[in-house]
Design a binder for this molecule. Structure first.
Ligand SMILES: N[C@@H](CCC(=O)N[C@@H](CS)C(=O)NCC(=O)O)C(=O)O
Length: 296
C-alpha cells in the first residue's frame, strides 16, 4: 500500500492483500479531501469515542495537506523491508501532546493513519498491555514509523519529523532563535503539561485533592511565565514571523486552559499568536474537534 501525498490524489493505492489485512484489523479508510471534508463537516454523524468503539475502532487515514512540501515516500523507498508504508499516529483527540504532532504532520504534508487510544473510558486504553508495548509510559502520542517501530514523546517526534522532512521548517536556522523556540516549547512540555495530564488528575482525585484548583495554579503560573518570555521575541508567531514548535505546543495548551476555566486575560501575546495560528490550514485540520474520535 502506498499513501500519496499529492493534493487531490487518491490517497490509497495498493494490492488487495494489504487492503484486506488492514480492513480485517478494523481500519476505516478515508481517501482524499472528500473524506476529510466529510469528517470535518460532521456529515457522518460521529458521536465520539463510544461510536468509534462500536464501529470497531481502528485507524483512519489522514491524507496529506494542501500545498505542503514534504513527501513521505522517500523514507520507505529507503527501507524496502518495511511492511507498512505510511506512519500511524496513536493518539487521543484532545490530548495536547498528540495535537502538537498532528499539526506538524499536517504542516509538513505527511499522510498518516490515525489510531484512537481512548484515554478516558474505564482505566483508559493507554494502560492496556498492547499500548504499553508501544509506550511503557502508558501515554500518547506514539508515532509508529513503520510496523512495530515506535517513537514516543511528542517533542522527540517533532524533532524526528523536522530532521527527516525539513521542508517546510518548524525550527528557525539561527541558533539563538532555535534555542528560543525550544525554550518556549519546554516551558509547556516540561513545565506545564506534566502537571495537568490525565494520570496526574486521576491521582489527585484519588487523594481527595481538588484537581481543578491544582490546574488553575500550575497552568496559570506557567502561562504567565510563558507570556513574559514570549512577549520580547514574538512576531506573527511565538518566535518571530515563522511558525515553530513553540506555536504547536501553545495552541493545544491554551485550549486545555480554556476548558478548565483558567484566566487568560493577562496573556495578550499568547492569544494574538493563537489567533494567527488559527488561520492556518494545518491548525484547522489538527484541531481536537476535527478528529474522528472527538464527540459530535
Ligand atoms: N511528555 C509526553 C507527555 C505525554 C502525555 O502526558 N500524554 C497524555 C495525553 S496529553 C497522556 O497520554 N495521558 C494519559 C495518562 O496520563 O494516563 C509527550 O510529550 O509525549
Amino acid at each position: 500500500m502506498r499513501i500519496d501525498s499529492r493534493e487531490g490524489a487518491d490517497a490509497r493505492q495498493g494490492d488487495g492483500e494489504e487492503m484486506a489485512a488492514s480492513e480485517r484489523a478494523g481500519a476505516r479508510q478515508v481517501t482524499g479531501r472528500a473524506g476529510f471534508r466529510e469528517r470535518c463537516s460532521g456529515a457522518r454523524q460521529l458521536t465520539g469515542i463510544a461510536k468509534w468503539r462500536e464501529r470497531g475502532g481502528g485507524a483512519v487515514l489522514i491524507p496529506a495537506s494542501e500545498g505542503a512540501g514534504a513527501r513521505p515516500d522517500d523514507w520507505w523507498r529507503a527501507r524496502p523491508g518495511s511492511i507498512v508504508r505510511h506512519m500511524k499516529l496513536h493518539g487521543f483527540w484532545r490530548s495536547t501532546a498528540t495535537w502538537r504532532v498532528r499539526i506538524a504532520l499536517a504542516y509538513k504534508g505527511l499522510a498518516y493513519e490515525y489510531v484512537a487510544v481512548d484515554l478516558l473510558t474505564g482505566e483508559g486504553a493507554q494502560h492496556s498491555p498492547e499500548h504499553r508495548r508501544r509506550n511503557p509510559m502508558a501515554q500518547v502520542p506514539v508515532l509508529e514509523i513503520e510496523e512495530g517501530l515506535y517513537l514516543t514523546q511528542s517533542i522527540a517526534i517533532l524533532e524526528f519529523l523536522e530532521e527527516r522532512w525539513p521542508t517546510p521548517p518548524l525550527l528557525p536556522r539561527d541558533p539563538l532563535a532555535r534555542a528560543r523556540v525550544r525554550q518556549l516549547t519546554e516551558v509547556i512540555n516540561a513545565g506545564i503539561q506534566p502537571l495537568q495530564n490525565t494520570g496526574v488528575q486521576r491521582h489527585l482525585q484519588s487523594l481527595g485533592v481538588d484537581a481543578t484548583a491544582w490546574i488553575h495554579r500550575f497552568v496559570g503560573k506557567g502561562l504567565a511565565a510563558l507570556e513574559a518570555m514570549t512577549l520580547p521575541v514574538a512576531g506573527r508567531f511565538s518566535v518571530g514571523d515563522a511558525l515553530s514548535f513553540a506555536d504547536l505546543a501553545l495552541v493545544p495548551q491554551l485550549s486545555f486552559a480554556r476548558r478548565f476555566g483558567v484566566d487568560l486575560t493577562g496573556l495578550p501575546t499568547l492569544l494574538r499568536v493563537e489567533t494567527n495560528c488559527a488561520e492556518l490550514d494545518c491548525f484547522k485540520r489538527a484541531h481536537a474537534e476535527a478528529q474522528p474520535d472527538a464527540p459530535r
